[in-house]
Design a protein around this ligand. Structure first.
Ligand code: ARG
Length: 246
């Protein structure tokens, strides 16, 4: 997609004539970052990332369209320019930076082991000989591949959707899944038979916005993110989306 970056101060005042659209790629299986609003019945994609994307695109005078796909398809979609940017609770790893550009990190996260209550899977060493689910293409998949080099017998089961990982644990086809804390918290709250235990993450953690390499949008997005941090907007959204599950 060809995008024209306007040097707009973002006061939102002027006319909206000629407003361009930006397409955001996401994987809406990740409450509270992005998920389908099934409760309200309209099935719209909502969440922390969506609110940030709306804010930034509005400031920069773009309209926003969201394209939902498997997490594993997001980077290819960016590289093929089928989407203009990706917000999906995505962590800016060195590996990914080889193919895409990232903004600064806007929110931190930690890995957890999600399992049936009382399974006693509190640290990575406990996963020896276990079936362990991860989201395909996630850093959790990479982290566990690495862990499996030292912890013997971790059997990795990569799946496309976080919801599928949860179902597999509940039906005992896997023993555990590695899921980020804020997301694990929500699923565990909704499924009382589950528990989660925080484990140390390998390498970087947290979320940043991804763009095709060399995208002129990185700088304006980063500027608005910085503004949002300064004005307490991010903090407000963190309260709105993350604190309500506490
Ligand atoms: N932060 C992790 C990563 O970058 C997991 C993100 C998963 N996001 C999602 N929308 N399912 O790999």
């Amino acid at each position: 997609m060809n995008v024209l970056v306007t040097a707009c101060s973002g006061d939102g005042a002027g006319t909206s004539s000629g407003t361009q659209k930006l397409v955001m790629g996401t994987s809406a299986d990740y409450p509270p970052y992005e998920y389908r609003d099934t409760a309200s019945g309209n099935n719209e994609i909502i969440g922390f990332d969506v609110d940030i994307a709306k804010y930034i695109t509005k400031q920069l005078n773009y309209t926003l369209e969201i394209s939902d796909m498997d997490f594993n398809g997001l980077l290819p979609a960016l590289q093929a320019k089928r989407v203009d940017f990706v917000m999906a609770g995505m962590t800016p790893t060195e590996e990914r930076k080889k193919s895409v550009d990232f903004t600064d990190i806007y929110f931190e996260a930690k890995n957890t082991i999600v399992s049936l209550k009382g399974s006693n899977l509190t640290k990575v060493e406990n996963l020896a000989g276990k079936q362990v689910g991860v989201q395909l293409g996630s850093i959790q998949e990479g982290d566990m591949k690495k862990a499996a080099e030292t912890v013997k017998g971790i059997n990795l089961k990569p799946l496309n959707k976080i919801g599928d990982l949860i179902q597999e644990i509940k039906s005992k086809r896997i023993d555990a899944a590695i899921i980020e804390d804020t997301v694990a918290k929500g699923y565990v709250a909704a499924n009382p038979e589950l528990e989660f235990n925080v484990i140390p993450s390998e390498g970087p953690s947290g979320s940043a916005i991804a763009f095709p390499k060399g995208s002129p949008l990185v700088k304006p997005f980063n500027d608005v993110l910085a503004q949002m941090k300064e004005k307490g907007e991010i903090e407000t959204l963190v309260k709105k989306w993350f604190d309500k599950e506490a």
